[in-house]
Design a protein around this ligand. Structure first.
Ligand code: CP3
Length: 645
């Protein structure tokens, strides 16, 4: 929790001390604040409560089932959803529905009404605007007088004593509060208490909230410390950034008026805009009386930008752009502390197969880095399973195929693959990512290119000598049939990703560089053309390989829209040889292990070589290394974003 500062960069936040309340993303948030010139104090404020630990929910359900509850009042959408999810961990859905139908169900507005509907239930009545607790009492008085009735109130966040009292005053026989929680305070609240203390001692100038729960928890803990009014006052004197309308509403409920909301409700934008606005707001606030605060309103939002006009897609089409787009190969991975935390809970393969987690990992990487595209979190080897192979990822050891392809007869083992049904979990992840991703950020889907995929199937994992691959390359009939089968499976897989919602696709041919030019021409090129020709038109296709310089004369004829190049070749030279294509690359990933100054120098060399030509997408020459400090990745993105052609 110690404040950190970056001595070399003091801009943006101008050295202000910035409080944030992230838990899983604490380190990423700290890096962002430091990157924007602030001192970061990040204290975790939330811990996820396993659904099965919501005892109050189960106790309530017992009485509901037995018919001892006449009226259920649903106070919030999140709470209602959590309640149903909790009950579903123990009971069949039909049983839960049946029990609720016995009661009169009041929804305090459209959000809980929607939660009920999503679960397959219908509210008996929806409380109209302004959805206040007084309004609920009014509605009950008119439509369902509760005298002698047994009432249960689903609560989320702070309990409302006045409301409960109001129900009791109306002669209800019994009023039960059913608190259901998705989030609790962390086990160890010391860091958060220390941060609250620092805020109370005026040692912090900016507070950034990225969820309503963070606000509830800060106030709750301050209240436990006997400092509720004091923390509200202290926050009102500071610059308060709120991620979006829900967090802002929570703040206002505690009489804290946020000073700004970012253009997009994302962590990266919040910190960036804090850098643009906080020093000025803080100066004004220091001079003004606290009551002026109420006049300040969150800054106005701009019209939403359009996906097809994104920097990345424009560059794929070789259109002129106002800046160079950047994304980073393997941008969601082990160098991110938030990713490592998720991986402590699930294996890599289980993570790929869990659409919720895969979406979270994909979207948070794009947001933390502030890059111009997201890449689906998956792996080039997932397709080997429906093809008929046993895939494993050994912890710290990489992929292993237990039953590799070893003899011509193994061709019979290869199943045809239907991407949409055989890799349905990937398509679910794509849909989830697309709906969670900022609307103007493109999503890149991907697959292994046929040669690299075949090498994995033949070798059964990583290799240095490509012994098995080389032996099949010598048998053109077997090779041809194997490649055709892989082309057909991969085309189906990529087209399914496109149907599910990706805006571009990348083919990874990481191993192709081991071949001689004539081998590439005979044994790889025809199948690449076949595959690219089989992908739905209108979607940019990026072909990436390493050590591909000897193949440049052929690459422009593959049909790929964008060619990804590694750092073994200078970008301007590559472009000359590749001709009229868009180009992606090509910083050596090792540079990201150095420091921000060196990174700036090396990245600018590449930008200079691109010379502002339309169609450059900045990237590394291969995947980001797990040892990369997050700050260094941020420094790269910032360099490219600041570059003016
Ligand atoms: O770019 C992204 O962020 C999207 C996700 C992505 C992963 N793998 C996740 C992953 C992508 C695009 C890939 C492609 C991939 N997978 C390639 C081609 C690109 C390249 O780097 O050459 C290859 C060869 C693979 C196969 C693979 N997957 C290997 C060799 C390994 C182990 C070595 C390593 O890099 O970790 C993996 C595992 C893997 N794939 C991880 C991730 C995040 C690490 C798994 C972990 O959490 O331990």
């Amino acid at each position: 929790m110690s404040p950190t500062n970056n001595e070399t960069e003091s801009h943006g936040l101008e050295g202000l001390t910035v409080a944030a309340f992230e838990s899983r993303m604490a380190q990423e948030m700290e890096a962002l604040i430091v990157r924007h010139g602030g001192k970061a104090v990040v204290a975790p404020s939330m811990r996820e409560v396993p659904l099965t630990q919501n005892k109050a929910a189960f106790d309530f359900f017992e009485t509901l089932q037995q018919g001892y509850v006449d009226v259920v009042i649903f106070m919030t959408g999140v709470g209602a959803k959590t309640l149903f999810k909790t009950l579903e961990t123990k009971y069949a859905k039909s049983r839960v529905e049946r029990a609720f139908r016995k009661a009169y169900m009041v929804a305090r507005g459209p959000k809980p009404a929607k939660a009920l509907q999503d679960f397959g239930l219908k509210a008996s009545i929806v409380v109209p605007e302004p959805n206040t607790w007084k309004q609920i009492l009014l509605v009950l008085d008119n439509y369902k007088p509760i005298k002698k009735l047994r009432v249960a109130v689903q609560e989320y966040g702070a309990p409302n004593a006045e409301f409960i009292q109001g129900l009791q005053d109306r002669g209800a026989q019994d009023v039960t509060a059913v608190p259901v929680y998705r989030w609790a305070l962390p086990e160890d609240t010391r860091p958060l208490r220390d941060l609250i203390d620092s805020i109370l001692h005026n040692e912090v100038q900016v507070a950034l909230f990225t969820s309503a729960t963070q606000i509830h928890h800060v106030i709750q803990l301050a209240a436990e410390m006997g400092q509720e009014d004091q923390i509200k006052d202290a926050l009102s004197r500071m610059v308060v950034g709120s991620i979006g309308p829900v967090a802002s509403e929570a703040l206002k409920n505690y009489q804290i008026v946020p000073d700004f909301e970012p253009e997009h409700p994302k962590m990266g934008f919040l910190v960036k805009e804090a850098g643009e606005q906080a020093p000025e707001i803080f100066k004004t606030k220091k001079q003004s009386t606290p009551t002026m605060k109420a006049a300040a309103a969150p800054s106005m939002k701009k019209a939403p930008p359009v996906l097809k006009d994104s920097l990345f897609l424009k560059a794929c089409r070789k259109e002129a752009t106002e800046g160079t787009p950047i994304w980073i190969m393997r941008q969601a991975g082990r160098y991110l502390p938030g990713y490592r935390q998720i991986r402590e809970m699930v294996s890599f393969l289980d993570l790929c197969k869990n659409p919720d987690l895969a979406a979270e990992v994909t979207v948070s990487a794009q947001e933390v880095l502030g890059v111009d595209a997201a890449i689906l979190f998956a792996d080039i080897l997932l397709i080997t399973e429906p093809l008929g192979f046993q895939l494993e990822f050994v912890e710290n050891g990489g992929p292993v195929i237990r039953n590799p392809f070893r003899k011509p007869d193994d061709l019979k083992r290869l199943n045809p693959v239907d991407g949409a049904s055989d890799l349905g979990y990937v398509m679910q992840a794509v849909k989830k990512i697309r709906s969670n991703l900022q609307s103007d950020i493109p999503l890149i889907g991907f697959a292994g290119a046929p040669f690299t995929l075949a090498s994995y199937l033949l070798e059964g994992g990583g290799t240095k000598d490509y012994f098995h691959t080389r032996s099949v390359l010598g048998d053109i009939k077997v090779w041809d049939e194997l490649m055709r089968k892989l082309v057909s499976a991969t085309a189906s897989y990529l087209n399914a990703q496109i149907d599910a919602g990706v805006q571009a696709v990348q083919l990874f041919d990481s191993w192709v560089g081991i071949l001689a030019p004539d081998e590439f021409q005979r044994l790889v090129l025809p199948y690449l053309k076949m595959l690219i020709g089989g992908i739905k038109p209108g979607v940019p296709i990026i072909y990436f390989g390493t050590q591909t310089e000897p193949f440049f004369p052929w690459l422009k004829d593959t049909g790929a829209t964008v060619i990804g190049v590694d750092w073994h070749v200078d970008l301007d030279k590559a472009w000359k040889q590749l001709g009229n294509v868009a180009i992606q690359g090509n910083l050596d990933p090792q540079i990201l292990l150095t420091d921000p100054d060196k990174i700036r120098v090396e990245a600018e060399k590449i930008l200079r070589m691109a010379g502002g030509r339309p169609g450059h997408i900045f990237n590394l020459g291969h995947g980001i290394l797990p040892q990369t400090p997050v700050e260094n990745a941020l420094a790269l993105v910032e360099t490219v974003k600041n570059w003016k052609t």
